[in-house]
Design a protein around this ligand. Structure first.
Ligand SMILES: O=C(O)Cc1cc(O)ccc1O
Ligand SMILES: [Fe+2]
Length: 489
């Protein structure tokens, strides 16, 4: 993938004309990357040329402690908070866990930035308010329903809509203010965010783009995320989403009070599933100069607040720490499965898990159903019929899903809440039985479905239940299942 395609991304930044210190860009040393030079030499163009390519653009590893500097020598050595930081930068820490969290869980990052993020006018309720975001679920704002729910892909709007305006909550449980729970959102958007950055004070976003790439600028640097990849934007990070392809759609899981981890591998061993080195964090990248009227849009308690400032928040010249945004390519996942008989539980393909305090019980598991070989003998190979104490929200990135012959489309979704029965539709059942025991090895191709699975029971938002995308006939996909019973086998 080339990261060098010119595209309209961030709006122009007016370069500072009053700085008494030499401008940072005049102090670039020779070995700066071309990438950096493109963005920062000369008068800053209205077009930012490129986002990083996967080959060179990122730092690799899950939960590593990273260091990154856009100008060599900027990172203070030997301490976090020198009286004067190199190049006259401000030191600022972002804490993703309490100061006293155990060391193996503790997450924080130090930013070295041109101005600290506190330099803004007071937060005010955003006008117009966003009416379709929730971060606390109760009887007054959402419904509990045990029925099987399915949605067709939501239409992408014609009117100009950016990532923030196009985000809407589907369902969730718990509360961001009690630091326990989750929300599932979708977004449909068609234009880049302009003159503003988003900051989610409520929780971490795990974004699953289904259509259209997302070019995401964060305080740690920039990430290019394509459908088939996911990105985690942790609580409190400021970010802006550009849409180089225009119309875009995707899914978002938001978790309150915890962060994602890699699952333990148990008897699988030391390797397999998602490899730590395939998680990619951005390299330091910054914008310099004045930007009058820049808005920070903060989601706090599910409501949006805005604060004005006169500079871009993407002014971090160097950083170090282990609390970072990151992306992961689902095609790099190494799936495990049954090799002789029976159907493995879907937990076998967990990419990331957000734990609760109960061992083995997830606040939110992110599980995928990637292309893979099916080889099980004398086995009903599609997902079994089941009821689960956990709740299952599913989405489809591309292709088809093995349990549904039709009706579950890329960009669509389903929700099977705790103990609600579900499983393969009638067509899938009949076709599988028709193959008989002689089915040989078969490769599932052109598919990438996923599931957000939670121990909490989500309530569904009224606009999701009333949506024109809801499939009122979903239950009919099972109604045709006939009795094959015969008292004599
Ligand atoms: O319901 C679903 O389609 C998800 C799912 C898949 C599977 O292979 C086994 C159990 C399960 O819940
Ligand atoms: Fe299921």
């Amino acid at each position: 993938m080339s990261g060098r395609t010119p595209v309209q991304t961030r709006p122009p930044v007016v370069l500072s004309s009053f700085s008494s210190a030499p401008c940072l860009r005049d102090r670039l040393s020779d070995h700066l990357s071309t990438l950096f030079l493109t963005c920062h030499m000369g008068t800053r163009p209205a077009v930012v040329a490129d986002f990083p390519s996967d080959e060179v653009g990122y730092l690799s590893g899950f939960r590593n402690t990273f260091s990154s500097e856009a100008i060599p020598g900027v990172l203070p050595q030997g301490q976090n908070s020198p009286l004067l930081c190199p190049y006259g930068l401000y030191a600022e820490q972002i804490s993703g866990t309490s100061f006293t969290s155990p060391r193996e869980l503790n997450q924080r990052t130090w930013f070295y930035r041109i101005k600290p993020s506190v330099t803004h006018e007071p937060f005010k309720a955003r006008v117009p308010a966003h009416s379709k975001l929730l971060s606390e679920f109760n009887q007054s704002n959402s419904s509990a329903t045990p029925t099987q729910l399915r949605w067709k892909p939501v239409e992408i709007p014609d009117s100009p809509t950016d990532f923030i305006d196009g985000l809407f909550t589907v369902c969730g449980a718990g509360s961001s203010s009690l630091r326990h729970g989750f929300a599932i959102h979708m977004y449909t958007a068609n234009k880049s965010m302009e003159g503003c950055a988003f900051c989610n004070a409520d929780g971490d976003f795990l974004v699953v783009p289904q259509k259209g790439r997302l070019w995401i600028t964060t305080e740690c640097g920039r990430l290019q995320v394509s459908p088939g990849e996911i990105v985690v934007l942790p609580q409190g990070f400021r970010f802006a989403v550009d849409l180089p392809d225009g119309p875009s759609r995707g899914y978002v899981a938001e978790i309150f009070g915890t962060h994602f981890q890699l699952p333990d591998l148990g008897p699988i061993g030391a390797n397999g599933l998602a490899a730590p080195r395939h998680f990619l964090a951005p390299r330091a990248w910054f914008e310099e100069g004045n930007h009058p009227g820049y808005n920070i849009i903060q989601k706090f308690g599910g409501e949006l607040f805005t604060a004005k400032q006169d500079f871009s928040p993407f002014n971090v010249v160097a950083w170090h720490g282990n609390y970072v945004p990151y992306k992961y390519d689902l095609n790099k996942f190494c799936p495990y499965n049954t090799v002789l008989f029976d159907h493995s539980d879907p937990s076998i393909n967990t990419v990331l898990t957000a734990p609760t305090e109960k061992h083995g019980v997830a606040l939110l598991d992110f599980v995928i159903f990637p292309p893979r070989w099916l080889v099980a003998e004398h086995t009903f190979r599609p997902p079994y019929y089941h009821r689960n104490c956990m709740s299952e929200y599913m989405g489809l990135i591309h292709g088809g899903y093995e349990a549904k012959a039709d009706g579950f489309l890329p960009g669509g979704a389903s929700l099977h809440i705790s103990m609600t029965p579900h499983g393969p539709d009638t067509k899938t059942y009949e076709a599988t039985i028709a193959q008989g025991n002689e089915a040989g090895p078969h490769k599932l191709t052109d598919t990438m479905a996923f599931m957000f699975e939670s121990c909490l029971i989500p309530r569904v938002c009224p606009w999701a239940l009333d949506s024109p995308a809801i499939d009122p006939d979903y239950y009919k996909c099972w109604i045709g299942l006939r009795s094959h019973f015969s008292a004599k086998d």
